[in-house]
Design a protein around this ligand. Structure first.
Ligand code: HEM
Length: 496
């Protein structure tokens, strides 16, 4: 009997909760079920097409007065770049929503991503910034050069095709090996060794690919998230070190941290050394080194793969970029390897980098913000406490901002707009939102990512030619907030 009463009470509570949720956002259009349940949003997250479905929701429902659509009770998605910049702005009234708690890699420890409180986050950032920015790291550029050389050498030694030999390579995987080695070398002074092993060491990639989609789905269900992160259930949740694959890499990270604390700490001028110097506790350093690996590998890898795919499949762009590189090499403006400063002086390369980030944004998680007072977004009233997600595939392909052919990969748009500084600034600010630039949460790894992008395309395209094995099937790409990509099978040949 008691059980029946309990179930009935819960059912009544749920119905009231849903009706209340529905009426709060009744005035905002969206898919029917999104008004009543989380099903639309959860199935979108699990479909592997979340970022595209959010953009489609904006297109379909968010026409008047602007691209904003309801995606679940208490959730809307906004696809307007100006409005999002205002919401994300440094001094705005908006905060990170509870969703970010789902980005705790250890359910009981916060990190830069999962810290909700603005002041605590600011304090943490101030300790992390000198390391990430490169000021405290002696050989930031050399470390990246070393890994770029590792990628080149892997292709040269194992995957060069000739007239008589066919040695296709899954470039998506090799690029991820490269970014994992870069970030581990910078994070704790020694690369994990993916490129040398030419293998998914410890099964880390395999495990993250299967756990990240679940982790990101969990973040969408606050009561579930709250439950699994409860200290009372600590005994039930596996320790992050015990998870196959991730655990091994986390173990390497924790061991590196352990060397830096204690009675005879190792002192090094790398990122971790900088974190220690700026007062990070051992627990914080453990959390941040794991963040570095996860935040700094998939995102950069996606940027490199997708931009390379757009280059390879656009002969005009491919020819022009290679010509710019060849000319730079001939005229002595490009060293071997290219320096970051030299790359910044190559206008077409810079246009290609921006256009690549625009066409295939690597950071596509919903990244919701909330306000504790009612607000107006796209001319629509947003009740306090509503999660406002973003839709990068909407604002980065906006015709208003990028022109009628916004859906086309055309780096030239960046060169032609230089005569119109206001428009150039708008386009630039819009693309740089991919790094959360202009906000309190700007990507700490932006400098590292930009150096990687500045060097990789040049070092690959000055040596090799790339073509897809099967242009009708360029890759397998699954969106789980970050992109999980593989099977980008490519033929690599040595240039004449
Ligand atoms: C193209 C590559 C990358 C993109 C597009 C990107 C994008 C982003 C975005 C959008 C955020 C803000 C998330 C939010 O708070 O809502 C962010 C934060 C962050 N990123 Fe990146 N990222 C990239 C590469 C990297 C790399 C290489 C690293 C590490 C070296 C890194 C480390 C971080 C960290 C630590 C944060 C948290 C910052 C904070 O909470 O204050 N990212 N990134």
């Amino acid at each position: 009997m008691a059980a029946l009463v309990g179930i009935a009470t819960l059912a009544v509570y749920l119905v009231i909760d849903r009706v209340r949720g529905h009426s709060r956002l009744r005035h905002i259009p969206g898919p029917f079920w999104a008004g009543w349940t989380d099903i639309w949003m959860l199935s979108a997250q699990l479909s592997g097409r979340m970022c595209f479905l959010l953009a489609e929701a904006n297109d379909k429902y968010g026409k008047v007065p602007g691209p904003i659509a309801k995606i679940a009770p208490g959730w809307v998605v906004c696809g307007d770049g100006d409005e999002l910049r205002r919401i994300w702005g440094v001094r705005s009234a908006w905060q990170r929503s509870y969703w970010y708690r789902g980005l705790r890699f250890d359910p009981h420890k916060d990190n830069a991503f999962s810290t909700l409180d603005d002041q605590a986050h600011e304090r943490l950032r101030s300790k992390l910034m000198p390391g990430y920015g490169g000021k405290d790291v002696d050989d930031l550029h050399d470390q990246i050069d070393k890994q770029v050389a590792g990628l080149v050498s892997l292709l040269e030694t194992k995957y060069l095709s000739t007239d008589t030999e066919f040695r296709p390579v899954d470039l998506a995987r090799k690029v991820q090996y490269f970014t994992l080695d870069v970030i581990s070398a910078l994070a704790f002074g020694k690369e994990l060794g993916y490129l040398a092993a030419d293998d998914d060491l410890h099964g880390y990639i395999k495990t993250t690919e299967s756990t990240l989609p679940i982790m990101l789905a969990t973040a969408l269900v606050p009561w579930f998230l709250y439950t699994i992160q409860s200290p009372r259930l600590k005994w039930l949740i596996p320790n992050v070190r015990s998870i196959v694959g991730i655990g091994t890499v986390v173990g390497v990270a924790y061991d590196a941290v352990a060397e830096r604390y204690g009675d005879e700490p190792l002192v090094k001028r790398d990122m971790l050394g900088s974190f220690v110097r700026h007062g990070l506790t051992k627990e914080e350093a453990e959390a941040e080194t794991v963040v570095q690996i996860i935040a700094g590998s998939d995102t950069s890898a996606t940027a490199i793969r997708s931009t390379l795919l757009f280059i390879i499949t656009n002969p005009r762009v491919y020819r022009r970029l290679q010509a710019e590189i060849d000319e730079g090499v001939r005229e002595g403006r490009i060293s071997s390897p290219i320096t970051d400063a030299e790359a910044r002086e190559l206008p077409y390369l810079q246009a290609v980098i921006r256009e690549g980030l625009r066409m295939w944004p690597p950071a596509t998680a919903v990244l919701p913000k909330v306000s504790n007072t009612d607000q107006v977004v796209c001319g629509v009233r947003i009740p306090a406490g509503t999660n406002v997600a973003w839709a990068p595939f909407s604002f980065l392909r906006s015709k208003k901002t990028f022109g009628d052919d916004a859906i086309v990969f055309r780096p030239e748009r960046w060169l032609h707009v230089e005569s119109d500084p206001a428009r150039h600034r708008l386009m630039d600010q819009t693309v740089m939102m991919e790094f959360a630039s202009g906000s309190r949460w700007e990507c700490l790894g932006k400098t590292v990512a930009q150096i990687e992008l500045n060097k990789t395309y040049v070092e690959l395209l000055r040596r090799f030619d790339f073509s897809l094995v099967d242009p009708t099937k360029p890759w397998t790409s699954y969106n789980a907030a970050v992109f999980i990509q593989s099977d980008m099978n490519v033929v690599v040949t040595l240039r004449e």
